[in-house]
Design a protein around this ligand. Sequence first.
Ligand code: OFO
Length: 171
Amino acid sequence: MLSTTLSTALNRQITLEFESSNLYLQVSSWCMQKGLEGCAGFFREHADEERMHMQKMFDYVNETGSYAVLDPMEKPKNDFESIVEVFKITYAHEQMITKEINNLVSIAFKEGDFSTFNFLQWYVEEQHEEEQLFKSVLDKIDLIGMAGNGLFFIDQEVAKMRSEMVTESAG
Ligand code: OFO
């Protein structure tokens, strides 16, 4: 059974993972509107991943005999200046999630709840990969630039990254 502090903190994280999923789903819709099919597919895929993160934690909380509870969710931002802004915002979002996960890990450690500490290691690793992924898209955008057909090539690169993501998670 989780302590009240830990179950409250994990429930908050469940909502955050759900909000991440909603944010990426909304972003995928914005990309679609702009004709950026590669980016739309990337974010759609990522929305599904975040939903899986949410469900994994939701199940864990219930498995421990605690009660997984969903809180009201924040409406995701739906208006962006450019694809650069989209990736800056989503990268910052992932950095915020990493901080929250680290905070959960430190609560579990302080409480000596090593089962939860162990469970959270999966999220620690996942955040490392996700931050790296979003940062690498920003680096690619910098490299390609927005001049001329830049946006078209950025969209193609992001589409490639998405299919690599799908292959990795299937294998
Ligand atoms: Fe990308 O955040 Fe979940 O864990």
